[in-house]
Design a protein. Structure first.
Length: 740
């Protein structure tokens, strides 16, 4: 095969229990995708590792299997009522007082009745219950009676211009950190937890949120995307006020498939897989807990890769300036450099259609008629713009929005992340509370059981993030020089175009308590101690050091080594008010026996990512949507379009490769040439004057230059100096691939 600069693209991702020998629905899914249909109907769906010697049998089966047959068999297999048991699922252990019954007993219906009131606990003669149990014609449901906030808070990091007058603040073109990778929870709670991340948004794009896009994510704990030892890293964004269809290339919110016209992601590296179940870290690596830990370097940077041009330090919103290609960089043990990016059009693609539907729902019959004519193609984009901008409520920026009358708002292309970025970014954690239990013994003494995270505490100063940095327009213009050949292509270090983040000191809620102490924040009934909420007292500190780096860390100075762990069991000293409650740690032997075995449940199943093949259900839904669009708007639509996954042998290797991740997932993928990857297929249709064959050829050369000259050891985000030996975290080895 001719040696192109190929990129890896995901076909299918699924999970199986690592210690189970029976075939799961995910295994069968993988087997089915080996039976790829003819090239005209080949469609891609998730991630995979490389099989160096695909057998000829696969090619024979490929010709025998039609898309209809594959879809029918696939959807018959994923019967949710017959999913295989997940050996890592913990159903939970609860006392009767934590449970209620809902359903019918002897023909009488009960809604959330306690087990004791119905005598169910005595009848069953059970001390403990799981989260869900069937009983007669109903269900027993159990949940913990308390929660603890183990959030990561404390000192606040800010961009360096935040305290300048607004007119003097530089625009943000990048943000980077080195995050420590360690096992945070022994048992991951059901709810998602963002340990550390950022929010980069387009300013003034919409009065009520990020209509112009938001780049979010970060260190992430939620086992729906795989049961892992370490947090995963989410590198993603959302457009159109958190549209659930926001997608790199294949899946949006809730792990659902998205249409080809929604894709905005492009794969740059041909060394690392971008899987829909996020960036995973190798679970066998040494974490050097006694010597500072391991770190994952990462950053989001606005580059001039597509439609770029030199920019000024502060730019007013305009569609006549260089576009921004927001690109994710990483620095790990196996790879350093740009990985994937969002094309500028991602942030405003279909924006006027989105505006129209919001406007259509909010206004008069006359404006509804205008909306219909635009959707039907009877009114041009220019005519629509002329009509909208002359309405009395129209404002071209949320800065001038009238919140009192709250009229509709029209998001403009120039106010999206394709052209404009704010001068600051929010940084920190976004975490949900962890379940906890209380129990009162026969003596009337109250105890609680909590499930604390594993926070590093071997040294007095344990770093969490290293060298947080803010980048201005100099970074963008530097890459414009590199890409245009004005600078040596090897000059990739970007430290000179950044400032260290500054610190806003946070206040401890309970400065007189030890870092590991618990306090009572809320309780539904003080006398019964029901539905209680606790909070720990451990807070992050931040420092700016002699190396010009801004770090966050946990400060254990003055705390004895044997007192640095948050305990599991506590005896409660009760009081007349919340503020005076005290929690004294006790050993397991001192805790009531009934409390010891209590355990909250984790997620029952992880998520499998559906392939881009239309099922019978899809076809029925598609027909309904098409009929509704025709009836209500008079337009013909193609609501489910997966044609961008077609594999042209000139720019796509038809071979399906496979890889396996430590979380038990199986990933299948295919190699595409950069300019032929799925996202560009629909962009060529939507923006034919931009994504011409000539322009895509130039982009192809640019990417080949990047891949040839920026090898995996090239330094972009400089390694911090705050530790004598900064050890980079290893990505899951299944994510590392070699191009064909």
């Amino acid at each position: 095969m001719k040696k192109f600069s190929f990129l890896v693209f995901i076909l299918l991702l699924n999970f199986c229990s690592s210690d189970s020998e029976e075939t799961t629905n995910e295994n069968i899914e993988s087997q089915l995708l080996e039976e790829i249909p003819s090239p005209e109907s080949e469609i891609i769906t998730s991630e995979t590792q490389k099989d160096e010697n695909p057998g000829p049998e696969a090619e024979e089966i490929e010709e025998e299997t039609t898309e209809d047959e594959e879809s029918e068999e696939y959807y018959e297999i994923i019967d949710e009522e017959n999913l295989p048991d997940d050996s890592e699922h913990i159903p939970g252990t609860f006392l009767a007082e934590h449970c209620f019954f809902e359903g019918r007993i002897a023909g009488e219906y009960y809604e959330k009745e306690s087990l004791s009131d119905l005598g169910i606990d005595e009848e069953l003669n059970q001390q403990y219950f799981t989260k869900h149990q069937q009983y007669q014609d109903g269900n027993i449901q159990c949940s913990p009676n308390g929660h603890v906030y183990f959030s990561i808070g404390g000192d606040v990091l800010q961009t360096s211009d935040i305290f300048k007058p607004e007119s003097q603040r530089r625009d943000l073109y990048g943000l980077s950190f080195y995050d420590r990778i360690f096992s945070f929870y022994d048992v991951a709670p059901d709810a998602q937890n963002g340990l550390w991340g950022q929010w980069i948004q387009a300013p003034d794009s919409h009065p009520f949120g990020p209509g112009g896009g938001s780049i979010e994510g970060g260190l992430y704990v939620n086992h729906k995307v795989g049961r892992t030892k370490f947090p995963k890293y989410m590198a993603s964004g959302a457009t159109q006020f958190y549209s659930p269809d926001s997608s790199y290339y294949g899946w949006g919110f809730f792990e659902r498939r998205t249409d080809c016209e929604c894709y905005g992601g492009i794969q740059i590296t041909n060394r690392v897989l971008n899987t829909p179940n996020l960036i995973s870290f190798d679970e066998q690596q040494n974490t050097f807990d006694d010597d500072g830990g391991i770190y994952f370097g990462h950053g989001w940077f606005a580059l001039p890769l597509i439609g770029g041009d030199y920019r000024e330090l502060v730019e007013e919103p305009s569609e006549d300036i260089g576009k921004l290609t927001w690109t994710f960089f990483m620095n790990s043990a196996q790879f350093s450099g740009p990985t994937w990016a969002y094309v500028p059009e991602f942030w405003y693609r279909r924006m006027d259609t989105w505006n129209i539907y919001e406007y259509y729902a909010a206004y008069s019959d006359q404006t509804k008629e205008i909306a219909k004519k635009y959707l039907q193609g009877e009114i041009s984009q220019e005519e629509l713009d002329g009509y909208i901008t002359n309405l009395d409520w129209y404002r071209d920026s949320a800065n001038n929005y009238d919140y009192e009358s709250a009229p509709p708002f029209w998001v403009e292309e120039k106010n999206t992340l394709a052209y404009k970025t704010q001068s600051y970014a929010a940084m920190g954690s976004e975490m949900e509370p962890v379940p906890a239990f209380s129990y009162r013994d026969n003596n009337g003494d109250l105890f609680v059981k909590v499930f604390p995270p594993n926070v590093p505490n071997k040294k007095d100063k344990e770093f969490f993030t290293l060298d947080g940095r803010f980048y201005d327009v100099r970074l963008y213009n530097h890459f414009q020089d590199l890409l245009s050949g004005k600078k040596d292509f090897s000059q990739t270090s970007i430290d000179d175009y950044s400032d260290q983040l500054i610190i806003e000191e946070g206040q401890k809620a309970n400065p007189n308590l030890s870092p590991t102490a618990l306090s009572l924040e809320d309780v539904e009934d003080l006398s019964e101690f029901s539905s209680f909420t606790l909070e720990w007292n451990l807070r992050l500190k931040a420092e700016q050091n002699e190396y010009g780096e801004t770090n966050t860390y946990w400060d254990w100075t003055g705390v004895k080594e044997n007192q640095r762990d948050v305990n599991t069991y506590y005896k409660v000293t009760e009081a007349d008010n919340i503020e005076d409650y005290r929690f004294t740690s006790v050993s397991r032997d001192q805790a009531p026996e009934e409390l010891i075995d209590l355990q909250y449940s984790n997620l029952e199943n992880v998520v499998n990512f559906t392939p881009h093949i239309e099922s019978e259900e899809d076809l029925e839904l598609e027909q309904t949507v098409m009929e509704n669009d025709l009836e209500n708007f008079g337009i013909s639509t193609d609501p489910i379009n997966y044609t961008c996954w077609l594999c042209d042998s000139d720019g796509c290797d038809e071979t399906i490769y496979e890889t396996f991740l430590d979380d038990g997932s199986t990933v299948r993928y295919r190699w595409y040439r950069f300019k032929d990857q799925p996202t560009f297929q629909e962009l060529k249709v939507d923006y034919p004057d931009v994504y011409t064959s000539e322009y895509l050829d130039e982009l192809q050369k640019q990417i080949e230059n990047i891949q040839s000259n920026w090898d995996s050891s090239q330094e972009f985000i400089p390694t911090p100096k705050s530790l004598t030996n900064v050890r980079l975290a290893e990505l899951d080895h299944g994510l590392i691939v070699e191009p064909p």
